[in-house]
Design a protein around this ligand. Structure first.
Ligand SMILES: Cc1cc2nc3c(=O)[nH]c(=O)nc-3n(C[C@H](O)[C@H](O)[C@H](O)COP(=O)(O)OP(=O)(O)OC[C@H]3O[C@@H](n4cnc5c(N)ncnc54)[C@H](O)[C@@H]3O)c2cc1C
Length: 312
């Protein structure tokens, strides 16, 4: 039997484990920011039992773990993550349509964009707002991804999760509290599957709404530069972007990170940005906005391996 310094690595020799484990994987390869130091272990799990086993071994050996999607809402520390970063592979990347009940059952590893396209093909309305939002179904449910007026939680009829404490759970969408870029699912609950309920509609109408949404996005967001989307949540009654813009901060740069001249609530990586560069800009914005308006901007971006407000 091979000897490993870390219990997690024993999974590589476990015939029941399906997936892969890589040590010291740069997280810059797995975030849309293209920022982030190494994850001690980067694990792809292809089955539910492999996911459960991975989490259990991490807990037994007191190794921190986190499940991520496409890293499209993540700022990962330059020092990386001192534990296991887990992504959902094969069995979590399937989607089934129930034509009669106008429902989709999508694995948490399915890309949100694939679900948006499928809904359009099936003439089902409700997800048009999500066109152009990167990430997976798991990340979208955890974050309650959406726009100012629409969010994914409204369409969720059930969510299946797994956690070391509760095991496999199936929640009705109506039993979950859907907040502004948040859901009431506990931190250690991994979303594994989600069922969406949509309304049949005219495909011409759906297409027009998708096009309008995409056009708005392209005209207002710096989509050609690496980012995490909106950095801050909008305070009640105003937009974070307008507050930041009002202070003339667009274009402010620290290292390789820059407050986008196109959208003040985006901090973009203009080349070689570090998490520290982005964090410094975040703190600069927060203190300037607090000073000028008395408003505390709360980050929408999730932090990994960083000890800051809202960090994982
Ligand atoms: C250009 C751009 C535009 C964007 N536009 C929007 C927008 O319009 N609206 C919007 O809401 N967001 C937007 N975002 C942010 C981001 O795309 C969403 O938050 C997305 O839902 C994150 O999905 P992900 O799979 O990449 O999650 P990740 O970024 O990988 O993770 C986000 C959080 O979810 C957790 N998580 C991920 N998967 C699971 C799982 N299976 N179970 C439990 N927890 C999980 C992670 O641990 C982390 O805390 C944008 C981002 C970019 C880069």
């Amino acid at each position: 039997m091979a000897q490993h310094s870390f219990p997690l690595q024993s999974l590589l020799h476990d015939p029941l484990f399906e997936g892969d484990i890589v040590a010291n994987e740069p997280m810059s390869r797995h975030t849309t920011y293209r920022i982030g130091g190494p994850a001690h272990f980067f694990v792809r799990v292809d089955t539910l039992s492999s996911l459960k086993r991975t989490c259990a071994i991490c807990d037994e050996s007191r190794m921190p773990w986190v499940v991520i999607g496409r890293g499209s809402n993540l700022l990962v520390s330059d020092e990386g993550f001192p534990g296991a970063v887990i992504i959902l592979g094969r069995d979590f990347r399937t989607m089934i349509t129930d034509d009669e009940r106008h429902r989709f059952v999508a694995g948490a590893g399915v890309l949100l964009s694939a679900v948006v396209q499928k809904a359009f093909q099936e003439s089902l309305a409700g997800l048009e707002f999500a066109v152009g939002t990167p990430g997976t179904m798991g990340g979208a449910v955890r974050m309650n991804a959406g726009s100012a007026k629409e969010w994914i939680g409204k369409l969720v009829s059930t969510v299946t999760t797994v956690s070391p404490e509760k095991g496999l759970m199936k929640y009705r969408g109506s039993d979950i509290e859907w907040g502004y870029r948040s859901s009431s699912l506990a931190g250690e609950e991994v979303v594994v599957e989600c069922e969406l309920s949509m309304e049949p509609s005219d495909p011409v109408f759906i297409h027009a709404k998708m096009e309008a949404s995409l056009k708005r996005r392209k005209s207002s967001q710096p989509l050609d530069e690496p980012s995490c989307g909106s950095v801050f949540k909008n305070p009640v009654g105003t937009s974070a972007g307008a507050l930041i813009d009002g202070l003339g901060l667009k274009g402010t740069r620290i290292g390789g990170a820059c407050i986008s001249p196109k959208h003040a609530n985006f901090i973009v990586n203009v080349g070689g940005a570090t998490a520290s560069d982005v964090l410094q800009l975040i703190h600069l914005i927060q203190s300037r906005v607090k000073e000028a308006y008395g408003i505390e901007l709360a980050p929408e971006v999730r932090f990994l391996g960083l000890s800051t407000a809202g960090a994982e």
